[in-house]
Write a protein that binds this ligand. Structure first.
Ligand SMILES: Cc1cc2nc3c(=O)[nH]c(=O)nc-3n(C[C@H](O)[C@H](O)[C@H](O)COP(=O)(O)OP(=O)(O)OC[C@H]3O[C@@H](n4cnc5c(N)ncnc54)[C@H](O)[C@@H]3O)c2cc1C
Ligand code: FES
Ligand code: FES
Length: 1290
């Protein structure tokens, strides 16, 4: 469907973010007549990227364009998401809109639970979800009292102005399709493509015959298994059978024993069916139904569940299928059919044969699945633990069923199945044997744990890794089941059982699910002053200027630019070896394939084949040697993306491996593999100071990298103009100037950036290389060439945030004063230098908020054979500050004092000087800290947390409060400049252009506000079309949180010039209007066009003297978080977050709060969730949203309050504001420290006190293992070095 909407019918609102059903950007609504259900219409959300077009025969598809547009009328969903500030870069917005729209079509007054479920599969990398949820919340009928507005406080949006939702006004289902469905079509439908045939039989007999003659052809239902295989693994199925028109596959029949559910029913339909049935029967009969409902609620996303079929899930036989363990444990059976007849097949331990295989014969078709009623005395429970709570395959998933003899605690029958513990769903048969015929008591259970431990063993190098964790989960789940069974038994037979841990009270042992309802939250900011003109928008929460267009799908991103005549598509061919010589490159087969036009190699590059950064050369395309998997070697250009992809797959490269690739930081340091210069900074004398302190402590922390995961992947289009080597480059970049390449004079290469679908630092240097290669292709073929990376390619090629390893030694006094600290930082830079030597930013922030009199830091960028890392929001600072905060935390633990006290004792106070001799006042930092404590009600809640921990054995709460001091502007002084060009047209409209690029951060909105104030006209008269090198040359990257500071001053400068030029005409006609003045000025021959320029501060850092003024000023903040942790699974939920930030006087509070919340959530991802995994040969495993989890709606703090510090002024930036793009990302670490606090409470229960190590991210795996519960302690640790781990610890 996706290629049809985008390419053929040019409905570009549906966005392509991953292609695999994992991001939701492509969500559309499908409406299907259900002939088998009295011709009702089923409306559901689905991922267009996986929807096969042929499957939609007879269905109606509604895309974001269909529900509203700026040309006609926008839909209330579009309006509310936009006006609630839920759209920043906007790339996710159409998908969000459509998920919500589909929900409202079925339920006009949804609950919050409905909303969070509907949005669970829609990723947003910018907003942090809170504003999206708040916009959608306005559709709920019952609104929480907490949402009642406090009249005197300014609000971010006014819901009174929202259009009402009128369900009667929705699009009707096309009558011709109803007619088509009613008249029926008994014929087999066949569709033929270039390489595939799609056959859709109309009856079961035909289906059976077709499958019998084509046993290898898959039956495609939801396409959620077959689709990704075709797309990403290049699997080709010449014939596809689609049984969606075969009624028998959708029938539901109830019997006295249970219910037969058609195998073709979607998982959503199965869930609703069971939900309808449950209240109709006594509780004891629906144990299995309820376990299924629970698992189905967590399986995939709504979009996946709406299309994925029951039969498809069973037959896909995923090792970590969530359904199969429940169906098998619940004694379900299948009715299957083939030319040999019908038979019933039980879902038992023999059913799952190997990865993706069952005992069914290839020609057999599952018609229906029998789900039995449970019996009195039978309990069924299902549990799962996934890297992310929702929309994520489980790490381990399980279902357990036990059946007791009447009135007794003796086990009559039991079955236990696990997913995620091997290549198939596995039965814990021996464990069941250890339980059956025995009384359910401590002794039996304790034996069962031991048997289970021996039965479900994973080799230390098992695929998927997390071996200890997975094994411990098997035990934890059995323990959880035990707790629930005990509870039930107590109700059933009134027996008072003691628990396995006999010395603990049962109440304390109980485990309620983690809380999940997102509460309304507070966003506080200052009113503008009463004297400010109503027309002046500065300081007001103005909506992102493109939010409405983004919500209607009209906003144009790079890949939405219409195809030009003869345009080609470029696909890169990358190295499959980490360190090797290229011994052969054979492109002949690729060139023979249909549509392939050329293959671009390094030889084709005119002029320089390398770019030089910090003295190191980086080849654009590798010629003779490769130094990482994913390094670009050549590029295939063809008439379509599909042809270029096939061409790329046909390129043959031979290699000769070179010895000893370097992957980890340890390997690099051992071999002294560094990019120079390494940096050192020192104040005082740490060695001497260490002699004088009361205590010394040495620690270490490792922090993983982070993928940018901008929703729009790297995209560019290079169009040769056709004369005098002139090129137009349309590219999604933060730095247009850097794409003026190819050794062609810059005046011939015009770069245009309308907007980016997110960037976060990842679209600066890497984009320049990709644009160069695309330009070479355009130059060589003399045709327009487009390159849009697939998500997997983007993740593989472009690198991300640097992982680090830091070691520290700290000396402190017993009263909590830190006297000396010596910290070494090593970053994993990857195979090229990029900007990695800017590790200096790490050293400049190593003090964070603390005045440590003797401080020494050393930083080195390790050169390894992994893809090169690059800038990412905060560039090194989030890693640097993490280390010092971890160190301060350790000091607190050693001293046995609350961490916030140690932080306070050591904070800068009064007039201060940093370790690089920069003078500043920490007053506002201390104000943020104090205000955060007050707003968060820190002391009272701390006590409540301690009380909670005393009352709960297996769940713990943790709390932390963290400060930040973040330097703004570029230490490389020349980058602190900006320019703008402002035109006033004769009709009074104004066009502003400046050097900043719009990536969602709202820079254009702010510039519009600046121009509006300076020209004293409403923002509606001002337009910003794009950023381009022919209007504003020599731009600096939009980075370092400095975009508004710099460009705002340039726009201000240009506008002031124009305003002054208009002064004579204004004086002549003081009562005239803006239009009349402009018109008069034209006739007076006054220039209505002006440039503006800003010469930023002269910043510097002298590394020899170890001193400087590398920043213009500091942005300050503090954040308090509380989490609840399930110690048995490591699962956690942030229950509350309070952030106070000093951003001076905000130019636009809604945009700034958006940056704060978005950065916080990105930080939460960095420190607690996102994990990049590399194979032992250096291949990135995590190349899409299925493997790499960024925060989703389920990760939003349940209460998420943001307060902008009042009465703060900043003389160093426009209108007294402060840069805010990056600083708050670090505050996400307060979730990490809250988790660590909760873990410490859990460890204390096991008698473990004192500092302990917890690396970042604090994933459920790490948190669970660190809790050192009695189950994790049972798992024997594998001896390091005795096996090859599945993934590297880079
Ligand atoms: C992003 C994403 C997230 C997911 N998350 C989860 C998760 O958390 N938990 C989980 O358990 N699963 C998850 N899945 C897997 C998903 O549930 C399965 O892919 C889905 O259930 C398969 O059903 P389908 O109709 O789409 O199968 P299809 O892709 O259409 O077909 C899959 C296979 O089943 C066979 N088949 C289908 N119907 C029949 C039949 N009636 N008789 C015989 N063979 C048949 C086909 O021949 C084919 O080989 C996820 C998938 C995606 C893409
Ligand atoms: S593009 Fe379809 S889900 Fe990501
Ligand atoms: S606004 Fe959601 S990804 Fe940018």
């Amino acid at each position: 469907l996706m290629s049809l909407t985008v390419t053929s019918v040019r409905l570009t609102g549906t966005k392509y973010g991953c292609g695999g059903g994992g991001c939701g950007a492509c969500t559309v609504m499908v409406s299907h007549p259900r002939v088998y259900l009295h011709h009702t219409i089923r409306h559901y959300s689905a991922n267009a990227c996986l929807l096969p077009l042929c499957q939609l025969h007879g269905a109606a598809v509604t895309t974001v364009e269909g529900i509203g547009s700026t040309k006609t009328r926008i839909h209330p969903v579009q309006e509310r998401i936009a006006k609630a500030h839920g759209s920043q870069c906007g790339f996710c917005t159409p998908g969000m809109v459509m998920s919500m729209y589909a929900l409202l079509r079925n339920k006009p007054h949804p609950t919050m639970e409905d909303i969070t479920q509907a949005l669970a599969g829609n990723l947003c990398r910018c907003t942090g979800y809170r504003p999206i949820v708040d916009g959608c919340r306005t559709f709920c009928q019952v609104q929480s009292s907490a949402l009642q507005l406090i009249p005197e406080k300014p609000q971010l949006f006014d819901k009174e102005e929202f259009l009402p939702l009128d369900p009667t006004q929705e699009l009707i289902f096309p009558p011709e399709l109803i007619l088509m469905a009613e008249t029926g079509n008994p014929e087999t439908l066949t569709f033929c493509g270039e390489r595939m045939r799609w056959v859709s039989p109309a009856s079961l007999e035909e289906l059976v015959q077709l499958k019998a003659s084509n046993p290898k052809a898959p039956l495609v239902m939801g396409n959620t298994n077959i689709g990704p295989d075709i797309k990403f693994k290049g699997v080709l199925h010449p014939l596809i059978i689609s049984p969606t028109r075969v009624m028998e596959l959708f029938e539901v029949t109830q019997t006295p024993q249970g219910v037969w559910v058609g195998a073709g029913c979607s998982l959503s339909e199965v869930r609703s069916l069971l939900q309808k049935l449950v209240p109709q029967f006594p509780e004891e009969k629906t144990e299995l139904f309820r376990a299924l409902i629970q698992q189905l609620g967590n399986l995939g996303s709504q979009q996946i569940r709406n299309v994925a079929s029951l039969g498809g899930n069973i037959m896909s036989a995923y090792p970590n299928s969530d359904l199969n363990p429940v169906l098998a444990a619940g004694n379900c059976k299948l009715s299957v059919i083939s030319t040999g007849g019908r038979r019933e097949v039980p879902l038992n331990p023999d059913f799952f044969v190997s990865f993706g295989k069952t005992i069914l014969k290839p020609e057999e078709i599952v018609v229906s699945v029998f789900v039995p009623f449970s019996r009195k005395g039978e309990f069924v429970r299902a549990f799962r633990q996934a890297p992310r709570k929702e929309s994520s395959f489980a790490t381990v998933t399980t279902a357990m069923r036990v059946f007791f003899s009447e009135g007794s605690r003796v086990v009559r029958d039991v079955s236990i199945y696990y997913g995620g513990m091997g290549p198939t769903t596995v039965s814990a048969t021996k464990t069941c044997a250890a339980l059956v015929t025995r009384p359910w008591d401590d002794e039996t259970l304790s034996r069962a744990y031991d048997v289970l431990l021996d039965e479900l063993v994973l080799p230390p190098s098992a695929p998927g890794g997390k071996v200890e964790f997975r094994r411990s989960l098997t035990l934890s789940f059995l323990f959880k089941f035990n707790l629930e069974v005990l509870q039930k038994l107590r109700e059933m037979v009134g027996l008072q059982f003691l628990n396995v841990v006999t010395d603990v009270l049962p109440e304390k042992m109980q485990i309620q699910p983690l809380p999940r309802e997102i509460q309304p939250s507070l966003q506080e900011f200052q009113h503008v002053s009463k004297d400010q003109s109503v027309q002046d928008p500065v300081g007001r929460p103005i909506m992102h200027r493109s939010a409405i267009s983004q919500a209607t799908g009209e906003a144009v991103y790079c890949d939405d630019i219409p195809r030009t005549d003869g345009e080609l598509f470029l696909v890169l061919v990358t190295s499959s070896r980490a360190h090797a010589k290229i011994t052969g490159l054979d492109v002949s087969e690729a060139l023979r394939l249909p549509g392939v036009v050329d293959v671009i190699t390094a030889k084709d590059i005119p002029g320089k084949k390398v770019r030089t950064m910090f003295g190191y050369h980086e080849e654009l395309l590798a010629e003779s040697e490769v130094s990482c998997i994913g390094q670009m070697i050549c590029a295939v250009v063809a008439d379509t993306r599909a042809h270029a992809k096939r061409g790329a797959a046909a390129v043959k490269i031979s290699y000769e491996d070179l010895p000893d690739p370097v992957f980890t930081i340890e390997e690099a340091t051992e071999k002294s593999s560094f990019f120079e210069p390494r940096r050192v900074i020192r104040r005082g004398n740490v060695t001497e100071a260490f002699e004088t302190v009361d205590q010394l402590y040495e620690g270490e922390i490792r922090m993983g990298g982070q993928e940018h995961f901008y929703m729009e992947t790297q995209s560019m289009l290079v169009v040769p103009v056709g004369e005098e080597t002139e090129f137009k480059v349309y590219v999604s970049t933060q730095w247009p100037t850097s794409t003026q390449t190819l050794d062609i004079p810059s005046n011939r290469v015009t770069c245009h950036v309308k907007r980016m679908g997110g960037a976060f630092g990842g679209k600066v240097t890497k984009t320049a290389v990709l644009a160069s290669i695309t330009s070479v292709a355009a130059w060589k073929t003399n045709r327009a060439v487009r390159c849009v990376l697939e998500r997997g390619e983007d993740m593989l090629i472009t690198g991300g945030r640097h992982p680090i390893l830091a070691k520290y030694k700290v000396g402190f006094m017993n009263d909590g004063r830190i006297v000396a600290a010596d910290i070494e930082y090593y970053t994993n830079a990857g195979n090229t230098v990029d900007e990695s030597v800017l590790v200096e930013k790490i050293l400049l922030h190593m003090d964070n908020a603390y005045n440590i009199p003797n401080l020494q830091g050393r930083a080195a960028a390790c050169r390894t054979n992994l893809p090169s890392n690059t800038a990412f929001r905060g560039f090194g600072v989030p890693q640097s500050i993490m280390v010092v905060e971890n160190m301060v935390n350790d000091v607190a633990v050693v001293l046995g004092r609350p961490a916030d006290q140690i932080r306070e004792i050591n904070m800068y106070k009064g007039p201060s000087v940093t370790h690089y001799k920069f003078e500043f006042s920490p007053e506002n930092m201390l104000r943020c800290w104090e205000e955060c404590k007050v707003k968060a009600d820190y002391s009272a809640r701390r006590r409540a947390v301690d009380q909670f921990n005393q009352q709960n054995r297996w769940k713990k709460r943790g709390m932390s409060i963290i400060p930040i001091k973040y330097g703004i502007a570029f230490a490389e002084s020349f980058l602190n400049q900006a320019a703008a060009l402002v035109h006033i047209y004769k009709d009074g409209s104004v066009l502003v252009t400046h050097g900043g690029t719009e990536m969602g951060q709202g820079i254009h909105t702010k510039m519009q506000q600046v121009a509006s104030r300076e020209l004293r006209i409403p923002p509606s008269k001002i337009y910003i079309s794009e950023t381009s090198t022919n209007t504003v040359p020599n731009t600096c990257p939009s980075a370092a949180s400095f975009g508004t500071d710099a460009n705002g001053m340039a726009v201000k400068n240009a506008c002031q010039t124009l305003y002054q030029r208009l002064e004579p005409v204004r004086q002549k006609d003081p009562k005239g209007s803006w239009e009349s003045w402009v018109n008069a000025a034209f006739f007076e021959k006054i220039s209505l066009s002006a440039t503006g320029f800003y010469r930023g501060p002269d910043l510097y850092m002298d590394w020899d003297k170890m001193e400087g003024q590398p920043y213009a000023y500091f942005t300050f903040g503090a954040c308090c978080c509380e989490v609840e942790l399930d110690c048995l699974t490591g699962d956690y939920r942030t229950v509350r977050t309070d952030i106070v930030v000093d951003i001076g006087r905000s130019v636009n509070p809604s945009v700034d709060i958006g940056q704060i919340e978005g950065a916080f959530m990105q930080g939460l991802g960095l420190y607690t969730l996102e994990e990049l995994k590399f194979s032992p040969s250096g291949l990135l495993y995590t190349r899409g949203p299925s493997q790499y989890k960024i925060p989703a709606v389920c990760d939003v703090p349940l209460r998420f309050n943001v307060y902008l510090l009042s009465d703060s002024h900043n003389p160093h930036a426009i209108y007294s504001s402060k840069g805010i793009g990056e600083p708050v990302l670090f505050l996400g670490s307060s979730v990490f420290f809250a988790i660590k606090d909760a873990v410490a409470a859990a460890r204390a229960e096991s008698g473990l006190v004192g500092p302990f190590s917890l690396d970042s991210p604090a994933t459920p795996e790490r948190a669970c293992l660190a809790c050192a519960s009695l189950f994790t302690q049972k798992i024997p640790a594998s001896k390091p070095g005795s096996y090859k781990p599945w993934a590297l610890n880079i």
